[in-house]
Design a protein around this ligand. Structure first.
Ligand code: KIV
Ligand code: ZN
Length: 517
């Protein structure tokens, strides 16, 4: 029997801390539902004391997700722990993740106030007491308590051992050893985990977790070294998103454990064939592109192009593949989809990708598929997913774009004309702008009388070639509400217009349901 490694996903907490990203509670729920399909053991839903939105996200996920432990983060501060307890109240299985800095850099930098002690030695004693109090308080509010020793990677090991012994003595079920700044190297980090097992007397009463950051590109390697030396929980995020350079990419860690089971002798409960869909959903919702060469889930991860590779691959797949594409959710064989494929072929391909659509959803997807297929020679899986993500979770369309015309050139003033349906009334308007997209957005704002503010605009090619499908993501704000709008088209101006109209519809929907997201 192989040992099990528990998978702790912090995409919605540490991942969401990535610069420029923010998710509302409903968006977090959409991702959490996919994480639960992936069979993640523990989902860290947020940091409830940090904001009302995060509190609400933890509360919502606690209510709605029932096949994973829901975890909430706190500092070793009573008000934080209290907020976690309240937000987690409805969870089937709740975990509070509390902790404190343990490196001298953190102790002297963050706890410099004399109320924590005058000298480093006094502060160290005080912090152990704070940790113990926090764990004891959290024990009364959740099924499980995980203690994190922040910046363990740079801490004095003797002090770290003392801190962990105290936290386990106070009742911590899991002790998390974060390499907060991504400073360590695999041999060293693995050695740290081994010495924790050897030197912390009560370590058999807790599970060791590893939480590595990628500042030097070693988060996954360090995580695996930790596991090889006895950690039985790993923390990370989908696509490795997170603070600064990000966290360990869970899809890489899990597939390394699975592909090299001969070396690690370990297993996880993850349904790995959900990785691709999870990766694309997270990328789409956060507007963070997955590089084509990204391990496991990148668009090229299972593509073969050079003559020698293709020849070898076609003779025997294993010559150039160490994982099977279908094991991470790519479709096995590539059927070329064209405008002549028909509904049946589309449904078949979507089912292979894991999407089961109702008849009305399929009809809607088919219309969008035809519109793309008419403009492209071939429709790829990424195109289909982009088409579907534009459709799933759609809100009622108060605004729709009927007609768009733009005019620009090196010596012309960019001008846009739009015709739109605004609550069943047809309206038209034309205006100029600082570029075509600006002109289109001004024309739409004029016609819809919207005062929404555009706070972010991103464009990316979802597929390759000059006929690539472009995806535009916009962040918009109005009346304290913030939404992401998305649009896809082979024409980037049209994709931009669709994204803006999608954002306006989402704002209208939120305004009507009275929610700030
Ligand atoms: O990186 C880190 O130290 C963390 C802790 C809060 C667990 O994210
Ligand atoms: Zn972290």
């Amino acid at each position: 029997m192989k040992d099990n490694v528990a998978i702790f996903d912090t995409t919605l907490r540490d991942g969401e801390q990535a610069a420029g990203t923010r998710l509302g509670s409903r968006e977090k729920l959409t991702i959490a539902r996919q994480l639960s399909r992936l069979n993640i053991d523990i989902i860290e839903a947020g940091y409830p004391a940090s904001s009302p939105e995060d509190f609400e996200a933890v509360r919502l996920l606690s209510r709605e997700i029932d096949n994973a432990t829901i975890c909430a983060l706190s500092r070793a501060v009573a008000s934080d722990i209290d907020a976690c307890g309240k937000a987690l109240a409805k969870a089937k299985r709740a975990r509070i993740h509390t902790g404190i800095g343990v490196s001298d850099i953190h102790i002297l930098g963050k706890f410099r106030d004399e109320k924590y002690g005058k000298t480093l030695a006094e502060k160290r004693v005080k912090l152990i007491k704070m940790a113990v109090d926090a764990v004891k308080m959290a024990k009364g509010l959740a099924d499980e308590v995980e203690f994190y020793a922040e910046d363990a990677g740079r801490a004095d090991p003797e002090y770290l051992f003392e801190m962990l012994e105290a936290a386990i003595g106070a009742g911590a079920n899991v002790v998390n050893i974060p390499d907060t700044t991504g400073y360590t190297v695999p041999e060293q980090f693995g050695g740290l985990i081994r010495s924790i097992r050897e030197k912390v007397p009560n370590i058999d009463k807790a599970v060791i977790s590893v939480h590595c950051h990628d500042d030097l590109g070693m988060a996954v390697a360090n995580t695996l070294a930790g596991v090889h030396n006895g950690a039985r929980q790993v923390e990370g995020t989908i696509n490795g998103i997170g603070e600064r350079a990000g966290n360990a990419a869970l899809e890489e860690v899990v597939m390394a454990l699975r592909t090299r089971a001969d070396y690690f002798g370990l297993r996880t409960r993850i349904h790995t064939n959900e990785f691709y869909r999870t990766s694309r959903l997270v990328a789409d919702m956060l507007g963070m592109i997955v590089p084509a060469n990204k391990a496991v889930v990148g668009g090229n991860a299972f593509s073969h192009s050079s003559g020698i590779h293709v020849d070898g691959f076609l003779k025997k797949r294993e010559t150039y593949e160490i994982m099977r594409p279908e094991d991470v959710g790519f479709s096995e064989s590539r059927v070329v989809l064209t405008a002549r494929t028909g509904r049946h072929g589309l449904r078949d391909r979507l089912a292979k990708l894991g999407y089961k659509l109702s008849q009305p959803e399929l009809n809607q997807a088919y219309q969008r598929f035809l519109a793309v297929a008419d403009k492209k020679q071939e429709v790829f899986d990424e195109d289909l997913i982009a088409i579907l993500h534009g459709q799933l979770g759609e809100v009622p369309a108060v605004y729709s774009l009927d007609y768009l015309h733009t005019y620009s050139g090196t010596a012309a003033i960019p001008t846009a004309t739009v015709r739109m349906k605004v609550r069943d009334e047809v309206k038209e308007g034309a205006t100029v702008g600082n570029g075509q997209v600006d002109a289109v957005y001004r024309a739409i704002a004029m016609v819809t009388r919207s005062s929404a503010r555009l706070t972010r605009y991103e464009i990316r090619a979802v597929t390759s070639g000059t006929e690539a499908l472009g995806e535009v993501t916009v962040q918009m704000e109005e009346g304290g509400r913030r939404v992401l709008g998305r649009g896809t088209s082979t024409d980037v101006i049209e994709a931009s217009a669709k994204a803006y109209v999608d954002g306006l519809n989402k704002l209208a929907d939120l305004a009507q349901s009275g929610q700030a997201d």
